[in-house]
Design a protein around this ligand. Structure first.
Ligand SMILES: CC(=O)SCCNC(=O)CCNC(=O)[C@H](O)C(C)(C)COP(=O)(O)OP(=O)(O)OC[C@H]1O[C@@H](n2cnc3c(N)ncnc32)[C@H](O)[C@@H]1OP(=O)(O)O
Ligand SMILES: CC(C)C(=O)C(=O)O
Length: 514
């Protein structure tokens, strides 16, 4: 298998993401993690950009021992001297020179003819060659450069002393077929092309950065440039983790591999996200929070039977502990049962079906159903009390300028559906007064407490109440996403328990749920 060298530019092109600014300490922290990941070459910054960046590149050059450290430079002597200064302590330094070659850049930006471009780049490479053994040269916007001129520039760079020629698709304009063809053309038309390494640097403006990098590999590229999490100028760069995992997963197809320590990928991704402040989208390939999460019942069933049905990469490969089965409204019984077993519940078929129906009801109201939601849902009724009263419906009218009132409908065992309305000094009070009117029970509310079971706007609310009647107390519990409904259910639950106690006076109070 051919080795593909990985050139990480998180600290240079990645830092060009709007809003990202890494200080010296942060650059070193990321660079040391990149070293652990096994990155071959680390572009630490653009030393001529600012004294701070020069210092950052210097600090990385001093800290990292097992990777080539690179500084970017325009084809200008002061920039090259800044890289010399920044890399003077590097064990394995390399300068990355660039000059745009496309007609658009030549005409509008550089205002140079082809010949001037050739001469300027050659002079820069020859000057740098006095100080650096390793020189990478990039014809910026190579993707939009005439192919014959690109061959001429590459030939010049090799003769002047470049050791790597990098082909940037600076504006993410290429298709995989076109980009691959550039490498094929350079390989066949440029003399001594085998004496240097060819590299690809892609941008993601059309979402093709990874596809283009892989096409370059298939057509002879030795090195891929990219960033962790695909951050970078505009839409970003090739995501290194995507290329690495594509090669690892489809090695039989690409016949090429990296020497990255893939188990460090998740950790590196988290660190880069934390220090750059660039949040990784949930659906981002390889490192997104959902990349190994399965929500729908059919997929979860497949995963429980055999993980390879829905996972082409195991999460352990990139250093994650395990895949996640996320319970939500698309989940099925297999995943639900598995979760209950994990949580220590052993339900019979009938109980499982009842719990599953409740779960689906909850999942319709919540984005995801977590462990605490399930525990709260299952433990809503710890003791199976006969239901004299079953809450069917509540309707609350509340306004801060008016007296709240509530209507409740309750199915009463042996007496059918009853409904009544009452006012109160708050919504819960109005509900409780309406329940009292429907049931005709004279009870005192001894205690009321409410807590959030989980976090977020759609968290479950858990209400506990204690009711007292003729010296007998009973507690009840209600759990719902809506706290008014949870309050009503807790009250009705406590009423049923009171009646149960009344009907079996000798029984010990085993109902306290608080
Ligand atoms: C595709 C890429 O990602 S390339 C890297 C992009 N990264 C950056 O630009 C980040 C760091 N840059 C900076 O801090 C600043 O742009 C600096 C310090 C490098 C230069 O700042 P200034 O001297 O104020 O120039 P400014 O950025 O406004 O303009 C760029 C100049 O460099 C020229 N230039 C652009 N690329 C090159 C090159 N590769 N080699 C030589 N000259 C170049 C431009 O033509 C322009 O020249 P002009 O002033 O004669 O018109
Ligand atoms: C400096 C070069 C390689 C670059 O970043 C680009 O062209 O996108």
């Amino acid at each position: 298998m051919r080795k593909i060298y990985i050139f990480d530019t998180t600290l240079r092109d990645g830092e060009q993401s709007p809003g990202v600014n890494l200080n010296r300490k942060e650059k070193v922290e990321i660079a040391l993690q990149l070293e652990k990941l096994g990155i071959d070459r680390i572009e630490a910054g653009f030393p001529a950009a600012s004294p701070g960046d020069l210092e950052g590149v210097s600090a990385v050059a001093r800290a990292v021992k097992n990777a080539t450290i690179i500084g970017l430079s325009r084809s200008r002597i002061p920039d090259i001297d800044a890289v010399r200064e920044a890399l003077k302590d590097a064990q394995d330094p390399c300068i990355h020179l660039f000059l745009a070659t496309s007609p658009i850049h030549r005409k509008h930006k550089l205002r140079m003819e082809k010949q001037q471009v050739l001469e300027t780049a050659e002079a820069a490479i020859r000057y740098a060659k006095q100080y650096f053994d390793k020189i990478e040269f990039s014809p910026e916007d190579a993707g939009r450069t005439e192919l014959d001129f690109l061959c001429e520039v590459t030939d010049m760079a090799i003769r002047a002393g470049a050791t790597v020629v990098n082909i940037p698709d600076t504006v993410g304009y290429m298709t995989p077929a076109e980009f691959g063809n550039i490498f094929k053309t350079l390989k066949t038309n440029v003399p001594n092309i085998e004496s240097i390494q060819l590299s690809a640097h892609c941008h993601d403006d059309l979402g093709l950065a990874t596809a283009n990098a892989l096409a370059a590999i298939q057509n002879g590229a030795d090195q891929i440039e990219g960033t962790i999490n695909g951050i970078g100028e505009r839409a970003g760069n090739t995501a290194i983790e995507e290329v690495a995992l594509a090669l690892a997963t489809r090695s039989e197809y690409y016949q090429a591999q990296t020497t990255l320590n893939l188990k460090e990928i998740a950790k590196t991704s988290r660190l880069v996200s934390k220090l750059t402040g660039m949040v990784v989208p949930g659906n981002k390939a390889i490192v997104g929070a959902n990349a190994f999460a399965h929500e729908s019942g059919i997929h979860q069933d497949g995963m429980l039977k055999e993980k390879t049905t829905y996972e082409i990469i195991s999460p352990e490969t990139i250093g994650l502990v395990e895949s996640k089965l996320v319970l939500g409204k698309h989940s099925g019984r297999h995943a639900f049962r598995e979760k209950l077993i994990d949580l220590g519940y052993d339900l019979g078929e009938e109980e499982l079906n009842a719990a599953f129906a409740k779960f689906k009801d909850l999942a319709d109201k919540k984005k995801t159903v977590g462990d605490e939601d399930i525990r709260a849902m299952l433990e809503e009724k710890l003791v199976d009390t006969p239901e004299v009263y079953t809450l069917e419906k509540i309707q609350v009218h509340y306004g801060n300028q008016s007296v709240p009132h509530a209507t409740v409908s309750i199915a009463v065992a042996g007496a059918g559906m009853k409904e009544d309305t009452a006012e109160g000094n708050g919504s819960v009070d109005a509900i409780y007064n309406a329940i009292d009117k429907v049931t005709g029970e004279a009870v005192e509310l001894e205690d009321y407490s409410i807590k959030s079971v989980t976090h977020g706007k759609d968290a479950l609310g858990e209400v506990h109440v204690v009711l007292k009647q003729n010296g007998v107390t009973a507690s009840g519990r209600g759990v719902r996403t809506d706290i008014l409904e949870a309050s009503a259910r807790a009250y009705v639950d406590a009423l049923n328990r009171l009646i149960d106690k009344r009907n079996s006076p000798g029984r010990r109070d085993n109902m306290s749920l608080i």
